[in-house]
Ligand binder design. Sequence first.
Ligand SMILES: CC(C)(COP(=O)(O)OP(=O)(O)OC[C@H]1O[C@@H](n2cnc3c(N)ncnc32)[C@H](O)[C@@H]1OP(=O)(O)O)[C@@H](O)C(=O)NCCC(=O)NCCS
Length: 153
Amino acid sequence: MDAAQLEISGMQPQDIEQVAALERRIFSMPWSVDGFLASLQSPDTLYLAVRDCGRVAAYCGMLQSFDEADITNVAVAPEYRGRGVGLRMLRELMTRGAGRGVRRYTLEVRRSNAAAIRLYEKLGFVSVGIRRNFYAKPQEDALIMWTAEDSYA
Ligand SMILES: CC(C)(COP(=O)(O)OP(=O)(O)OC[C@H]1O[C@@H](n2cnc3c(N)ncnc32)[C@H](O)[C@@H]1OP(=O)(O)O)[C@@H](O)C(=O)NCCC(=O)NCCS
């Protein structure tokens, strides 16, 4: 499988059952179907799904507030990891976000999540602080990361 062959497009309501199933496989505190649906319906969000022959292989999303956006969801199915899917998907999200006026991105990530932290650093995020015990199941600190202004303009 070549990551470049996967199709990236806006998440659709009909993707959400698959997205929520993937979410339950990956996260200890998964978002629900209703949570994704509500987010998708907001004009301030942008969600992308990566499909392999129609099946959702990865997804991500952001919540925009004026010229800043919080990347709220990032997940790649285990069988698609390590092939550049996450990087390509987030570049697409951030480029599309810049087209909607986003100048700076932020996110939180578990302190122990080395793979995600490396991915975010590759996209230009730097760690600016820590939120103590931000996560549960298991309890863990979050790193708060930001990009520089206009790095995706
Ligand atoms: C983090 C995650 C999204 C990465 O997706 P991916 O498609 O495997 O990542 P990519 O193949 O695009 O890798 C891009 C870069 O990320 C870093 N990276 C990815 N996986 C890594 C790993 N296991 N260890 C160290 N660095 C890693 C590398 O810098 C890599 O670049 P390189 O291949 O040139 O070294 C994926 O592992 C995942 O879904 N994890 C579970 C969910 C999660 O943690 N989401 C983030 C919540 S904040």
